[in-house]
Design a protein around this ligand. Structure first.
Ligand code: KG4
Ligand code: ZN
Length: 326
């Protein structure tokens, strides 16, 4: 079964063709990062307009790369939320139109659930369930227990900023540009945070996380309220170390406690090399992490998720603001 997956929830216009949820036949991503960089963050209306311009050419390029005609495609999948409403509407309406025109089933996909499915493609054997998944993106940070396809229970979430949002805000504070995650990782590469002690919000035994206190602590360091401000690179390294410490500790602990057979890392922040390295060290159950290019937003994960969810998903589309958890 060949599924065309469409993703427009934030600032990537993306499409992909995936066969049987596992084999990537084409993957095309038009990123708007440069455009939004000028404003220091994603501007929702700019994103919607850009999706309008980019999406159809991206879909055409995807079909060409997959060497597929419409008659070779078995279903259309599209991210229906969460995300920027105007941006989602572009993808959803394009998907509706091409599904109608080509008489194909249309499968709505939850963006956060889709992130987990980047671990099912081109990776050999399917991840074994039950799994604990950590979804760390620009808008969400969720720890979930996955017992089957479409069977998710939330174990924890951020109480304030998402992990990616914290990277983006701190990068801005440090004058490192947008998107902040890759900028901080580059600045921190090979740098020791030395004596910059930044706080970790452990929140007791909870699976929740919190990054707003850490963000404020970085602000105090930058303003020189704790002595002469250290070099930007050292502050970036100290911040990254603190975020990675908390995320890796909580994910590893939850996977062990829940008796998970796999730990799944996913979402844009999963592209972070330090997080991947430290989590691999601390995980006591087999860890799956997608290649960095499939951690950030893409159409592959949407198509893969739709394939595994196609038995339970309907074709009625609406915009959903959250993770579909019990
Ligand atoms: O999943 P994603 O592409 O979009 C959302 O669903 O939000 O995640 C984007 C987020 C941004 O906040 C970005 O700064 C962060 O992922 N990110 C990273 C890295 N690459 C992207 N954070 C840390 N290290 C990275 N290498
Ligand atoms: Zn995402």
């Amino acid at each position: 079964m060949k599924v065309l997956g469409i993703e427009t929830s934030c600032d990537e216009s993306a499409a992909a063709v995936v066969e049987d949820g596992r084999r990537v036949l084409a993957n095309v991503i038009a990123s708007q990062a440069e455009l939004h960089g000028r404003y220091g963050g994603v501007v929702p209306e700019v994103a919607s307009r850009q999706h309008l311009e980019a999406l159809l050419p991206v879909i055409e390029a995807t079909l060409a790369e997959a060497r597929c005609a419409w008659r070779d495609i078995d279903a259309i999948a599209v991210t229906s939320g969460p995300g920027l409403v105007g941006a989602l509407l572009v993808g959803v309406n394009v998907a509706k139109a091409i599904a109608y025109a080509n008489d194909l089933p249309l499968i709505p996909v939850n963006h956060l659930e889709a992130h987990l499915y980047a671990n099912w493609v081109d990776g050999g054997a399917d991840p074994e369930l039950p799994a604990v998944g950590m979804i760390v993106s620009g808008g969400h940070t969720d720890l979930v227990l996955m017992t089957g396809h479409g069977e998710l229970r939330r174990l924890g979430r951020t109480r304030d900023d998402a992990a990616g949002e914290a990277f983006d805000k701190v990068a801005r504070l440090l004058g490192l540009g947008f998107p902040g995650g890759p900028a901080i990782e580059r600045a921190a590469a090979g740098v020791s945070p030395g004596g910059i002690g930044l706080p970790r919000a452990w929140l007791g035994e909870s699976d929740d996380v919190s990054f707003s206190g850490l963000k404020t602590a970085v602000l105090h360091v930058v303003r020189g309220e704790r002595g002469p401000p250290p070099a930007t690179e050292r502050t970036a390294a100290a911040f990254q170390e603190a975020v990675v410490d908390v995320l890796a500790t909580k994910a590893a602990k939850a996977a062990e406690r829940e008796g998970a057979r796999t730990l799944l890392l996913s979402g844009g922040v999963a592209a972070n090399g330090e997080l991947r390295r430290v989590l691999a060290e601390r995980a006591t159950v087999p860890l799956r992490v997608p290649p960095p290019a499939l951690c950030t937003d893409n159409g592959v994960m949407v198509a893969a998720c739709a394939y595994f969810r196609s038995k339970t998903a309907g074709i009625d589309l609406d915009v959903t603001p959250n993770l579909p958890v019990a």
